[in-house]
Design a protein around this ligand. Structure first.
Ligand code: B12
Ligand code: SF4
Ligand code: SF4
Length: 390
């Protein structure tokens, strides 16, 4: 079998005798399993009508809040057939990102220890790199057999959940994630768009039934109706969006620095999962003070695989400062120093969030009487109450 790093080129023309059908899919399943994919399924390479309609309705309902991703070019991200000439099938593959806690190292903020911020599970290791490597092996086999095959993973070219649903990988949970029967939703999704003609999967029946646990479990009420996420409230997006972090969600953010897991950890199917072992380093959180003390270039090196707007460390710093306001202790001189430094930052957006964090931790003595920037003056005019545990 050709290896993923020596993947053959896509052929210019696809021979009519190139393999397809159920027996060939079975062979591809073996390749996929050997390559580390937990499940594969096949969706037709046809426009994703429902996703297109849903995206338009989310935009008109004001639920998108500046997200680009697949929303940047919906006509493209909902048409896999346009991605590869003569595409017939989308082979969807998923990989579990559910790492056994024993392998996960130290957990989050512990009283008296250096304040830490939590990373969501999908970013504990670079699962997308592993997913891509696995999918490339499937693509390599397809190309070796004379097909065109292109991998899309962690990419905005396709609405991944919709093809996963069409391929019969799982059902849409009320938390909007794709749940794999018997294994929950801690899976990343990618695909290979190919000219191979393969039998398509049957969509999996809804498994949520009467359960609604994920909806009240969301700390900001970001699931207004089953399967719909309001990006104005979802912490996962608010952490990524540039600008002022909305004041009404800063307390709810608590110690999350990247992503949020609550609507999944509340889910009985995801809780009952079978964790996978990992080798190599696992990063479940960061030391807030230590990361804040780094220069911007170092911060960006350290969060290399995170999505950060414009690769600008300002947004990571902003989030860390909100975390500090939620979990830093005012009796810790390192916390005081970090906030003093942030209050003197040349960027108004950093000073503005530091005003909030200082007031929330009762460090009013650090606050300036005034500031030349209206954003900071606005924060000074509406200081938050002292944190409940102080
Ligand atoms: C934009 C985006 C986000 C946004 C918006 C999320 C959203 N739900 O739209 C933000 C930044 C908030 C986000 C957060 C997260 N994301 Co995200 N995200 C994406 C991205 C780039 C595009 C998603 C998209 O286009 N959505 C379009 C909308 C219309 O789709 P939808 O919300 O799923 O809507 C469907 C359902 O409503 C369903 N539907 C229709 N009618 C009905 C009726 C009922 C009753 C139900 C239940 C469903 C249903 O049909 C719609 C589509 O046709 C994809 C990658 C990709 N290229 O696709 C990853 C992706 C969806 N994200 C992923 C992950 C892991 C996450 C997080 C868990 C990360 C984290 N820990 O913080 C959270 C989960 C938040 C949540 N509960 O959805 C994974 C999902 C894996 C899985 N098992 O489902 C993806 C697929 C990335 C990947 N390739 O692995 N994400
Ligand atoms: S990721 Fe967090 S904030 Fe977003 S919908 Fe799920 S629980 Fe709510
Ligand atoms: S918590 Fe319940 S309603 Fe939500 S996704 Fe899981 S099973 Fe479905």
């Amino acid at each position: 079998m050709p290896s993923a790093d020596r993947i053959p080129k896509n052929p210019k023309t696809v021979s009519a005798s190139a393999p397809g059908g159920p027996a060939y899919l079975q062979e591809l399943r073996h390749v996929a399993t050997a390559a580390g994919l937990d499940r594969i399924g096949v969706a037709p390479a046809a426009p994703l009508a429902r996703a297109r309609e849903q995206m338009a309705s989310r935009v008109s309902a004001g639920l998108v809040n500046g997200m680009k991703f697949t929303y940047h070019k919906p006509e493209r991200s909902t048409d896999p057939s346009a991605l590869v000439p003569d595409a017939r099938s989308v082979i969807v593959g998923v990989r579990s990102y559910d790492i056994a806690p024993a392998d996960a190292g130290a957990d989050v903020s512990v009283a008296g220890a250096a304040p830490r911020a939590r990373i969501a599970r999908y970013a504990w290791v670079d699962h997308y790199a592993d997913l891509k490597t696995s999918l490339k092996q499937v693509a390599a086999r397809l190309r070796a057999d004379g097909h065109r095959a292109v991998v899309f993973a962690d990419d905005n070219s396709i609405v991944d959940r919709e093809v996963a649903w069409l391929a019969g990988i799982g059902w849409y949970g009320k938390n909007a994630n794709i749940l794999v029967p018997g294994a929950g939703s801690f899976f990343v999704i990618g695909c290979v768009v190919t000219t191979a003609d393969l039998p398509v999967g049957e969509p999996v029946e809804d498994g949520c039934g009467t359960c609604v646990r994920c909806i009240p479990a969301c700390p900001t009420g970001a699931i207004p109706e089953p399967g719909v996420i309001d990006a104005n409230r979802c912490l996962s997006w608010l952490l990524q969006k540039p600008g002022v972090f909305p004041a009404e969600f800063r307390e709810a953010l608590h110690d999350r620095i990247y992503g949020c897991d609550d609507c999944q950890t509340a889910c009985p199917f995801t809780r009952r999962r079978a964790p996978v072992a990992v080798t190599g380093p696992v990063e479940t959180g960061v030391d807030i003070i230590e990361l804040l003390s780094c220069d911007d270039a170092t911060v960006m090196e350290r969060v290399d695989r995170w999505y950060v707007h414009d690769r600008d460390a300002t947004w990571v710093r902003r989030n860390l400062i909100v975390n500090l306001g939620n979990v830093g202790h005012p009796s810790d001189p390192a916390v005081v120093d970090a906030l003093r430094t942030a209050l003197a930052d040349h960027r108004a957006v950093i000073r503005a969030h530091a005003v909030w964090a200082a007031a929330r931790t009762g460090l009013h003595g650090l606050l300036p009487a005034d500031d030349p920037d209206p954003m900071v003056r606005d924060e000074l005019s509406r200081l938050p109450a002292l944190r409940g545990d102080l």
